[in-house]
Design a protein around this ligand. Structure first.
Ligand code: ADP
Length: 399
């Protein structure tokens, strides 16, 4: 079955058509600047050239229409007509406490996702628009919602409650939810598969290090803790997000700089992290890597702080699980920045007996253990594939 995977943001829409039999992508792309001047669709069929077409997209329905046109185009399309798309899998950022697994979308589910809008005001409304636009153009195609938060719903209360008045949890559901769940689930399962071990026998820590970054502890196949919280702002230092800070810093800046809460939140989300720490030099890890090796002082401090924070979370989650068997690195930075993996493992994980094999660590794009055969704890690189994971869950519900 061909599964169309849709990841809908406020002004962009990423898509991938995946053949669920051989698990290969058939076409993929992105619609950018939806509702803004200069909107365009970037489309790549497997084995073909990337096409960029400027096209007016007033809203997400226009964008989906263009995606479907591209997929069925006589010359560069990959399917004859829409009947060859068996189901659509939608990435939904926040499923609150209602969704602990993927689900078929009906009116009731749409309402329940809408009820989570307050918890992810930037993401969930856009995700819903994407679903509605798809339903309008493909009314008879089954649709599935796959939640970023679902995998983390197995966390125990002690991991998800904050040390704040309990009424806030009761009234507003303020608690740790965690994100990147589809990636944490995919990578941890894949690690067990690659090692030829039983998933339910392992204690795994997954470090998803991309622009957004989070760590999770997967104990015998279940997530028991994760570093992102009520929102994706908590935890690691990220490209532009601060991660953990003393909450009193917000009040301090508000008074000193005469800023509103909204303005400070924008700083913490968009102007902090690696970008802010390097005085707006860059949030892109490739730039930081270059500058680090040119002895740029701020780049060195930012990279060291980034690595140190990851190592601290690995330590915390080793304690949470009373041990760790496998540590996985994934996403743009985790998969590519070998020097960062070396810093984390060599400088901080000696107590776990992690012994990196630098030759294996320098390989790219493979599911691979990067530690020596004698290493007490195994470290691995597992390239994430959230689209494939969404397609699998969608297929499982639509068979
Ligand atoms: P997201 O999905 O959160 O936007 P990604 O997982 O795509 O993020 O990761 C983006 C990050 O990965 C960027 O900081 C980018 O610099 C980094 N990255 C990509 N390729 C490399 C590389 N070859 N070396 C180091 N970092 C890389």
């Amino acid at each position: 079955m061909n599964i169309l995977v849709i990841n809908c943001g406020s002004s962009s829409l990423k898509f991938q058509l995946i053949d669920s039999e051989n698990e290969k992508w058939i076409a993929k792309g992105i619609c950018e600047r939806i509702g803004i001047d200069g909107s365009r669709i970037v489309y790549t069929p497997a084995g073909g050239d990337k096409e960029v077409t400027e096209s007016v997209m007033v809203n997400h329905t226009d964008a989906i229409r263009l995606v479907l046109d591209a997929l069925t185009n006589e010359k560069t399309g990959v399917v004859k007509d829409l009947s060859e798309i068996g189901a659509v899998g939608h990435r939904i950022v926040h499923g609150g406490e209602k969704f602990s697994k993927a689900t078929n979308i009906d009116e009731e589910v749409l309402k329940a996702i809408e009820e989570c809008n307050d918890l992810a005001p930037l993401h969930n409304p856009a995700n819903l628009i994407g679903i509605r636009a798809c339903k309008e153009l493909m009314p008879d195609t089954p649709m599935v919602a796959v939640f970023d938060t679902a995998f983390h719903q197995t966390m125990p209360e002690k991991a998800y409650l904050y040390g704040i008045p309990y009424e806030y949890y009761e009234k507003y559901k303020i608690r740790r939810y965690g994100f990147h769940g589809t990636s944490h689930a995919y990578v941890s399962k894949r690690a067990a598969e690659v090692l030829g071990k039983n998933y339910e026998d392992l204690k795994i820590i997954v470090c998803h290090l991309g622009n957004g970054a989070s760590v999770s502890a997967v104990d015998h196949g279940k997530c028991v803790d994760t570093s992102m919280g009520l929102t994706p702002l908590e935890g690691l230092i990220m490209g532009t997000r601060s991660g953990d800070i003393d909450p009193a810093i917000i009040e301090f800046i508000a008074h000193r700089e005469n800023k509103s809460i909204d303005e400070i939140m924008a700083v913490l989300n968009k102007k902090s992290g690696l970008l802010g720490m390097t005085k707006n030099f860059s949030s892109d890890f490739r730039d930081l890597e270059d500058a680090y090796f040119k002895d740029d002082k701020l780049a060195i401090s930012a990279v060291e702080a980034f690595a140190y924070r990851v190592a601290k979370y690995i330590g915390a989650y080793t304690a949470a699980m009373n041990g760790v068997d496998v540590i996985c690195f994934t996403a743009g930075v985790g998969e590519n920045a070998a020097f960062l993996r070396s810093i984390i493992c060599n400088n901080y994980l000696g107590y776990l007996g992690v012994e990196i094999d630098e030759e294996l660590n320098s390989k790219r794009g493979e599911d691979i253990a990067i530690t020596t055969p004698d290493s007490k704890t195994i470290a691995m690189v597992i390239p994430t594939n959230e689209e494939l994971a969404i397609a699998r869950e969608t297929c499982a519900l639509c068979k």
